[in-house]
Design a protein around this ligand. Structure first.
Ligand code: SF4
Length: 97
């Protein structure tokens, strides 16, 4: 656990920018709470991509990181720092992404 971690989860959640994620998995590796897992974009997520996002998705066969356990986020920010694509931001948990 990072010294920057909040004592409790649930204050913020990570949001992955679908147009930026490059499937590098750094967030999966760095998160001490297992918030992220790799997955494949669904049709609705693909439909919302920009041209650049569609190209990235094609290159990576639709694989991206997903915050499957977002409610376990302790706000340490390690994933934000680790992501080489600057694809992750933390938002207040009560604001829909
Ligand atoms: S800020 Fe990122 S690395 Fe830290 S607990 Fe939340 S999801 Fe995991």
């Amino acid at each position: 656990m990072s010294s920057k971690c909040a004592p409790e989860s649930g204050r913020v959640v990570p949001v992955v920018d679908r147009n930026r994620c490059g499937a590098k998995q750094d967030c999966v590796t760095v998160c001490p709470f297992g918030v992220f897992a790799m997955g494949v974009l669904g049709p609705a997520e693909r439909a919302g991509l920009s041209l650049k996002g569609r190209i990235k998705a094609f290159v990576h066969r639709g694989r991206q990181a997903f915050a499957v356990n977002a409610d376990q986020c302790h706000a340490c920010g390690l994933c934000v720092t680790a992501c080489p694509e600057q694809a992750i931001r933390l938002v207040p948990a009560n604001i829909p992404s």
